[in-house]
Design a protein around this ligand. Structure first.
Ligand SMILES: [Zn+2]
Length: 276
């Protein structure tokens, strides 16, 4: 198949949109990539257009490699993928229905008021590492994915992919977002839709080695880069403003946790040698 240069859409990354322009773009594209509905995307200006659209990394690549034509892009902008998902799981949700939020095997239920709000799924020493936002009846996601040492790899802010290693692959199929590294190893898996958020893979660790590692059903608390499972305290799920929190009070004595969390892991012991 011969790629036809003339059909290659000229996409421009929209780098300096205001928060209001981003909100409008999210609403116009129904909170997902116009091709596949992915809740992780970047904002682009299509050719001859001043309003930004949401496109995921996979479909950006396909547009740039001419696997997708400019006319397909126009079709999708006029009829974004998620527009057809209104009666199926998408990102608009019923405010009377709770959103199930599971990290590994543990579940809490998020209640959002119609005016909006946040659910902190993973909070580590003052950093929100996985957060659900509701905006006038729509859900979107922010998260920071790290490597095992706590170096930030991926930063997503209200769906916008702000940072990612090159060559990493993103796919969103049957409500499941998967992110793979250059070697095609899975680094992140989560089912993301309007009534269910199930996180089953990812490292959420800060630069001191505090945080959580999610691996299938298991959620491993990390303190100073060591497994800190012995500090885990489990409370039965109920009405909580947050899911998982890790609070290293030794390192951050001044910090105050927002809201109430269903699962709290806190470091209270003294470090070996700290009395010297
Ligand atoms: Zn897509």
């Amino acid at each position: 198949m011969q790629p036809i240069e003339a059909h290659k859409p000229d996409l421009t990354l929209a780098t300096d949109l205001t928060d209001q322009q981003k909100l409008e773009a999210r609403q116009q594209c129904f909170y997902g990539c116009v091709f596949c509905g992915s809740p992780v995307f970047r904002y682009y200006f299509p050719p001859d257009s001043l309003s930004a659209v949401l496109i995921c990394p996979l479909h950006t690549k396909q547009l740039r490699s001419t696997l997708l034509s400019a006319s397909t892009l126009v079709e999708r902008i006029n009829q974004p993928f998620n527009q057809q998902r209104v009666n199926k799981p998408g990102f608009s949700f019923d405010p009377n229905r709770r959103v199930q939020v599971s990290v590994g095997m543990n579940t809490v239920y998020a209640d959002f008021v119609p005016s909006g709000g946040e659910q902190y799924c993973i909070w580590v020493n003052g950093q929100e590492l996985f957060t659900l936002h509701s905006e006038s009846g729509w859900l979107c996601f922010s998260f920071i994915l790290s490597d095992t040492t706590g170096q930030v790899l991926i930063r997503v802010e209200k769906g916008e992919l702000q940072r990612s290693p090159d060559q990493w692959e993103y796919s969103y199929e049957v409500n499941t977002l998967k992110i793979r590294d250059q070697q095609r190893r899975l680094q992140f898996t989560a089912q993301l839709c309007n009534d269910r958020v199930l996180l089953t893979k990812g490292h959420f660790v800060d630069s001191f080695g505090d945080g959580f590692v999610v691996e299938g059903n298991r959620v491993i608390a990390m303190l100073d880069g060591q497994k800190g499972g012995q500090y885990m305290h489990r409370i039965e799920p109920g009405r909580y403003k947050g899911g998982w929190a890790l609070f290293n009070k030794i390192r951050h004595p001044e910090l105050v946790m927002p809201g109430n969390f269903a699962f709290v892991c806190a470091a209270k012991r003294k470090y070996p040698g700290s009395e010297r």
